[in-house]
Design a protein around this ligand. Structure first.
Ligand code: 6PG
Length: 244
């Protein structure tokens, strides 16, 4: 099933829809089990978190939620670069989620040791299907270069790794990252790309409309094995798509 696309007038509308969708998915979670969500970094998720901090309130039963990350920069959790810090300051500090339900990637640790440790943590806390942990929701952003999570176009092989999490490097800043691989990304029940802004329009169109080289880009390799894959875009990020 190809990805579905939903276009919103602005980030507020997108955030409202995301919050409502998440609330209904969590509500469907059978009693006694958890809903596992892997967060992304980036400017669009940051704005969605801001909205949720103000509006998710009692819409979402946060006690049923387990929060993970799809990637993290190899920095201290207090660093401004940290995806954990961004989520904590924009969302987690404002919702009643138990601290034991939050599983941060330890960016301060040795990257290779942490990639292994975090893979084990996810194996332990996320239900598997065909022996691969299956996040209920995998949140992804999109870089202008077609990267997603922290898999960059200069190292697309990471996407096909047999591991769940790998060490990567931002080719522009040389900053090391820990990233989910395609093995666990494509396994997720709901894969959601959250993309806004004119700067992403060309890449959004290249991937969604399968233009030249799309399938060589990490974001182009995302393909839900058996779940739902959706692109939630604002008008500007969608402006490069052919008008249907
Ligand atoms: C990160 C994200 C990364 C991000 C894209 C888009 O750690 O930065 O996981 O994949 O989603 O780079 O980021 P922007 O929305 O800020 O351009």
């Amino acid at each position: 099933m190809g990805p579905s696309i939903r276009i919103f007038k602005n980030i507020d509308e997108l955030s409202q829809f995301f919050t409502k969708k998440l609330a209904s998915l969590v509500k469907e979670t059978p009693g006694g089990s958890y809903f596992s969500m892997a967060l992304s970094g980036g400017s669009t998720p940051r704005q969605v978190f801001d909205y949720m901090a103000l509006h998710s309130g009692d819409q979402i039963d946060w006690h049923k939620m387990l929060v993970f990350w799809g990637d993290e920069r190899c920095v201290e959790p207090e660093s401004e670069e940290s995806n954990f810090r961004m989520a904590k300051e924009r969302l987690l500090d404002f919702i009643p989620i138990p601290a034991i339900n939050i599983f941060r990637i330890k960016g301060e640790s040795d990257p290779y040791v942490e990639a292994e440790r975090y893979s084990e943590i996810v194996r332990r806390h996320v239900l598997s299907q065909n022996n691969i942990p299956r996040f209920d929701l995998m949140m992804l952003g999109l870089g202008e270069d077609g990267h997603t999570a922290s898999i960059f176009p200069d190292n697309p092989g990471l996407f096909k790794s047999d591991r769940l999490f790998e060490v990567s490097e931002n080719p522009y800043t040389k900053q090391q990252r820990i990233t989910a691989t395609g093995k666990i990304i494509n396994q997720a029940r709901h894969i959601v790309f959250l993309v806004t802004g004119q700067s992403k329009a060309e890449m959004v169109a290249r991937i969604i409309e399968r233009k030249e080289g799309w399938d060589k880009l990490p974001a182009g390799m995302v393909f839900s094995a058996s779940g739902e894959q959706t692109w939630w875009l604002d008008d500007r990020a969608a402006s490069g798509l052919m008008k249907t």
